[in-house]
Design a binder for this molecule. Structure first.
Ligand code: BDR
Ligand code: CA
Length: 312
């Protein structure tokens, strides 16, 4: 299995991503690190532990990390994810606790101890990952890639041009994109394109597996189209962050271009926008700015089947 670390702000779709990653045989989840985003850090940690417990994976170490972005204050998305971040579903009681070290330390230690480079699947504002790269730049060769859900080529979700994770901590996104570590941007275009329909959701909710049933309930909540601004067909639910996990499991279902990505940092109505240079979509030659892969399209049915098949 491919060694991975997930960085999350659990969140409905982070929960879907955790359920898939924690149970899929082709991934070995070495650690899960938490950042404030969809809800407060404390709620993110609680949700993450509860979801991993439902997946039967309370063996995976979980660490609490950044309580807010590098600059400014946390601004949550509970209007999309429910007050508890998990569609107001109460998870079964669990005995899990976070490890006694900061997320950045768990990331560093996990990477140091890894025998082969590890893929980081980043599904939250990039605060923890930026802090890691600033504090411990020597870990860079131990990171195979950072596959992150964030940004958009076109329309945003929090603002006309900005996607939530990048908008919440634009400086962190800029640090990561400028770090020299290979990155794959799974932005809002594939985020909303990989969906589950009614049949898929019913297959999950009627499963004998607790992880599948939880996934079905979470997806059912999303069919109401909260925060999607008409980007998902009525009755369908976006896999969201879970699509980013699919991208690591089955990259053949993606259309990817190599393009430079910048982040708008100036105050005002463009702050947090990702500027994807679609004029030049071949990898940069040595000496030119770092090129990064950007997902432009995804095979929807393939990811729906991957997700439903893995969980039920
Ligand atoms: C991203 O922001 C969060 O609300 C979701 O979990 C996802 O990571 C989408 O903009
Ligand atoms: Ca997320």
């Amino acid at each position: 299995p491919l060694p991975v670390i997930l960085d999350v702000d659990t969140g409905i779709d982070d929960a879907l991503a955790l359920l898939l990653a924690a149970t899929h045989p082709s991934l070995a989840v070495k650690a899960v690190t938490c950042a404030a985003g969809n809800v407060s850090l404390a709620q993110v940690v609680e949700n993450t532990l509860g979801v991993l417990d439902v997946a039967g994976r309370d063996d995976i170490p979980v660490a609490a990390g950044a309580e807010g972005p590098l600059v400014g204050r946390p601004r949550d998305a509970s209007h999309v994810h429910g007050a508890n971040g998990l569609a107001d579903i109460t998870l079964p009681a669990h005995g899990g606790t976070p490890v006694d070290e900061h997320a950045v330390e768990l990331l560093r230690r996990t990477l140091d101890e890894a025998v082969e480079p590890v893929t980081i699947i980043a599904l939250a504002p990039l605060t923890n990952i930026a802090l890691l790269l600033r504090m411990y730049p020597a870990v860079r060769p131990k990171i195979a890639r950072i596959v992150f859900m964030g940004g958009a080529i076109g329309t945003g979700n929090v603002t006309a041009v900005a996607e939530f994770n990048v908008w919440h901590d634009p400086e962190a996104a800029a640090v990561v994109l400028d770090s020299g570590v290979p990155t794959l941007m799974y932005g809002l275009e594939p985020f909303y394109a990989a969906t589950c329909d009614d049949t898929a959701i019913r297959a999950l909710t009627s499963s004998a597996q607790p992880a599948a049933r939880l996934a079905g309930r979470l997806l059912a909540y999303l069919t109401a189209g909260r925060g999607e601004e008409g980007r998902v067909r009525a009755g369908d639910a976006p896999l969201g962050d879970a699509g980013t996990v699919c991208a690591v499991i089955d990259p053949g279902a993606l259309t990817v271009v190599a393009a430079n990505v910048g982040v708008a940092l100036a105050p005002g109505n463009t702050r947090g926008q990702t500027i994807v240079d679609m004029r030049h979509t071949s990898p940069g030659a040595p000496g030119t700015p770092v090129s990064t892969g950007v997902v432009t399209a995804v095979d929807t049915a393939r990811y729906r089947d991957l997700f439903v098949g893995a969980l039920s």
